[in-house]
Design a protein around this ligand. Structure first.
Ligand code: NAD
Ligand code: UDP
Length: 312
């Protein structure tokens, strides 16, 4: 049994990670400021003596004794990370510094949730870890993209200078139950719009692509990476099945039986045109690959949004 800190533990991915770690018998401490996360995602564990939740902002230092740190704290949806972009930079830079300082002090292993956004609007397809990316340093997405890139830099410098045991994962678009209903990302938007019979908002012509990973697959990859030996990463974690936003909209419409129409809205600036992970490294080093196809993962996701809408 390990003592494990999950920052961003009340968020979408973080709460599923907390579930999986408790299931494995660990002691888990969730640390969250509840900006985009919710206590509702963790209520099922309140009676568990191996679980604890703390309201804390990672931008401020904290003293804790743990064996492992999963650093997930950071809003992930463009709507939320652009709400207060300077705060997003602070969360990624000061937050990661604080967690690295903690890891160094108590000799904990630390995993950083990085992102496919470090590749920006990629000119290499599919994206491999050795691609340095095509990121606009002054655009609307840069608080997140550059923030995450600097977090990777800090991880590697703490590793080289201070022998901290670091793990870097680059997460590609992940979806599933517990995404916030107002999250603003494409899967939650389309599902909620279809269920409400409202127009499905496709940004641009809808031919841009993304590759969607179901959250249980992603969590298995996070744990496999944390438990791997002598491998800092970065490693891509995602599902290589690639879809246009038009295809995704059609799948959601088919699944819900909704008669929502499709409307097109302006494409946000710097929206990546194509994105698909090359997961050769994850297969080789971690023996990991995703198992859940989009159609199988969308069904429980839509069911989740349906139950949230019904309870309102
Ligand atoms: P989320 O917004 O649901 O979760 C983020 C959590 O971090 C929330 O609970 C939020 O309240 C908390 N948080 C934000 N700022 C904080 C701060 N300063 N201090 C403490 N807590 C803070 O997002 P998610 O989809 O669960 O993403 C989790 C992590 O994975 C993020 O670091 C994100 O960048 C990364 N990621 C996610 C995806 C994806 O597709 N979901 C893709 C790439 C990377
Ligand atoms: N998108 C869309 N309609 C929406 C929300 C998003 O067409 O209601 C598009 C968005 O422009 C992008 C893709 O879906 O091309 C994925 O967007 P998301 O915000 O989910 O993730 P990211 O852009 O960070 O990959």
């Amino acid at each position: 049994m390990s003592r494990i800190l999950v920052t961003g533990g009340a968020g979408f991915i973080g709460s599923h990670l907390v579930d999986a770690l408790l299931e494995r018998g660990h002691e888990v401490l969730s640390l969250d400021n509840y900006f985009t996360g919710s206590k509702d995602n963790l209520l099922q564990h309140l009676d568990n003596p191996r679980f604890e939740m703390v309201r804390h902002d990672v931008v401020e230092p904290i003293l804790l004794e743990v064996d492992q740190v999963y650093n997930l704290a950071c809003p992930a949806s463009p709507v939320h990370y652009q709400y207060n972009p300077v705060k997003t930079v602070k969360t990624n830079v000061l937050g990661t510094l604080n967690m690295l300082g903690l890891a160094k002090r108590v000799e904990a292993r630390i995993l950083q949730a990085s992102t496919s956004e470090v590749y920006g609007d990629p000119q290499v397809h599919p994206q491999t870890e050795d691609y340095w990316g095509n990121v606009n340093p002054i655009g609307l997405r840069s608080c997140y993209d550059e923030g995450k890139r600097l977090a990777e830099t800090l991880m590697m410098d703490y590793h080289r200078s201070n022998e901290v045991e670091v793990r870097i994962v680059r997460i590609f678009n992940t979806y599933g139950p517990r995404m916030a209903i107002d999250d603003g990302r494409v899967v939650s938007n389309f599902a909620v719009q279809a269920l409400k019979g409202e127009p499905i908002t496709i940004y641009g012509d809808g031919r841009q692509t993304r590759s969607f990973c179901y959250v249980s697959d992603l969590v298995a990859g996070l744990i496999a990476m944390m438990e791997s030996e002598n491998f800092t990463g970065p490693v891509n974690l995602g599902n290589p099945d690639e879809f246009t936003m038009l295809e995704l909209a059609q799948q959601v419409l088919d699944l819900t039986g909704s008669d929502s129409r499709i409307v097109h809205q302006d494409l946000p600036p710097d929206d990546p045109t194509r994105r698909r992970p090359d997961i050769t490294l994850a297969r080789q080093k971690l023996g990991w690959s995703p198992a859940v196809k989009l159609a199988s993962g969308l069904a429980p996701t839509v069911d989740y949004f349906r139950s949230v809408l019904q309870s309102k």
